[in-house]
Every structure is written in structure tokens, then in C-alpha cells.
Design a binder for this molecule. Structure first.
Ligand code: 13P
Length: 249
């Protein structure tokens, strides 16, 4: 059985006191044992978050990292710095990193390798833009993203990979992929992984959906047999909404 996962990507939200308030609430809300819950606060709140969540079963994830171990990269954070404060997972390839900070799949391939070498888990995000879906290019776009960023990894590395399909047109727009669209794409992704590796590896891989997941649509989206959970933006900033999504399986 592959992991069911709900992860909250806080983006550039929540200062110290907001983080404390949100995590204290999250810690005390009920969650099903079989769901892995993760939160990704800003870099400045990571250490505080690991302390606040001790014993809660909720893990703390970084939103980005640099591929280099150290050096003249002003403003950047390395895997060693994250590991040093107990962070063992990182989100890479988010569409905002791609579009606003010009991260290509070639750059992301390097980041993924660095994170894996450091023993970290990677939540790898990808997905098509609206124009690409309108022109029916979405299956091919996603195939190319995975090929460039991930498909030269050894099979053994995939134990540390979680995929997050996030169609760009659904992020922060209130417009979500329909449960059928999500399932159709997730099945396509699992088939691609199976073709490049094998069915056993593809079967064990968790593939999350992200893009305007809310308490009122999570259950339907999670019914897809290849949809193993969600990467949640806006709704993860509210403890009750986030936990309602965690409990939507
Ligand atoms: P929203 O849930 O706000 O659409 O954001 C999704 C997302 O970008 C998660 O990484």
C-alpha cells in the first residue's frame, strides 16, 4: 500500500506568532493514523515548527533549496542547513519557483539529486499551463517535465520521491481540476513511471494533486484510485480547513 499524504504549502505566509497559533491548533486536531501529514512553512519558521510539532506525527518540509552544498550563493539555503535543523523533506519544482524564479527542469534535476544525496525526501511538483491544456498538450508537457527532471534517477532513488501534479491553471484560482481530470492525469503519470522503471515501483509511488483543494472538494478528488493525497496552498493556512482535508479520505 502506498502512502496517503496531505501536505500544506504555506508559501510566503505566517510569521512567528501566526505559525505558533496555527501549529498549536493543528497539533490538537484529530487526524487519521493512516494519513501522513506535512507542513511547509517559510525557511525562517522551520526550526520553530519542528520544535512545536514534536510528538505530533506531523512532519515539517522546506519549500525550496539550492543544489550546491555551500558557497557564494547569496540568499540561498543548502540541504545540509536544512538537515542540520531536522528537516528531512523538501518541495522542489513548484510552479511559482518555475515561473517567478525561472527554475527549469534542468535546474530542478540538479536540486533533486542534491536533496536525494542528502537523504531527503522530495515532493516534486509539475503540471501544465492553461494554454497547454487548451491545446491538448498537457499529457506531453507532463511527460517532458518528468523525463528531464527525474527519469534518469536510479530506481532506488524513488523511495524518496513523492510526486505532486499541480496544473498551473488550478493554483490559487479557485478553479480545480475535476476528479476525472485529476484521475486521468495521475493514471498517465503512473503509466509513465511504470514504462520508465517498472510496475512495482510505480505502484508504490504516492502522487498528490494540488490546485484549489478545499474541504468541500477534497473527498471527491481523493476518490481517484491514482490520487494519493493533496498538496494544499490557501486552505492549509486555516487549521480546521486543513484538517478537514486530511480527514477527507
Ligand atoms: P492553492 O491550494 O492555494 O490553489 O495552492 C496550491 C499549491 O500551489 C500548493 O503547492
Amino acid at each position: 500500500m502506498r502512502d496517503k499524504i496531505v501536505a500544506g504549502n504555506w508559501k510566503m505566509n505566517n510569521d512567528q506568532s501566526q505559525t505558533e497559533a496555527l501549529l498549536k491548533k493543528l497539533k490538537h486536531l484529530d487526524k487519521p493514523k493512516e494519513v501522513r501529514v506535512m507542513v511547509a512553512p517559510a525557511f525562517t519558521q522551520l526550526y520553530q515548527s519542528t520544535e512545536l510539532l514534536q510528538g505530533s506525527g506531523i512532519s515539517v518540509v522546506a519549500q525550496n533549496m539550492n543544489a550546491a552544498d555551500s558557497g557564494a550563493y547569496t540568499g540561498e539555503i543548502s540541504s545540509g542547513m536544512l538537515k542540520g535543523i531536522g528537516i528531512n523533506a523538501v518541495i522542489l519544482g513548484h510552479s511559482e519557483r518555475r515561473s517567478l524564479f525561472h527554475e527549469t527542469d534542468e535546474i530542478l534535476a540538479e536540486k533533486v539529486k542534491a536533496a536525494l544525496a542528502a537523504g531527503m525526501e522530495v515532493i516534486f511538483c509539475f503540471g501544465e499551463e492553461l494554454e497547454e491544456r487548451k491545446s491538448q498538450a498537457h499529457f506531453e508537457v507532463v511527460a517532458q517535465q518528468l523525463k528531464t527532471a527525474l527519469f534518469d534517477l536510479p530506481a532506488s532513488a524513488w523511495k524518496q520521491i513523492i510526486l505532486a501534479y499541480e496544473p498551473v491553471w488550478a493554483i490559487g484560482t479557485g478553479e480545480t481540476a475535476s476528479p476525472e481530470q485529476a484521475q486521468e492525469m495521475h493514471a498517465h503519470i503512473r503509466k509513465l513511471v511504470s514504462e520508465n522503471y517498472d510496475a512495482t515501483l510505480a505502484d508504490a509511488l504516492s502522487i498528490l494533486y494540488g490546485g484549489s483543494v478545499k474541504p468541500n472538494n477534497a473527498k471527491e478528488i481523493f476518490t481517484g484510485k491514482d490520487v494519493d493525497g493533496g498538496l494544499i496552498g490557501g486552505a492549509s493556512l486555516n487549521a480546521e480547513d486543513f484538517m478537514a482535508i486530511v480527514n477527507a479520505f
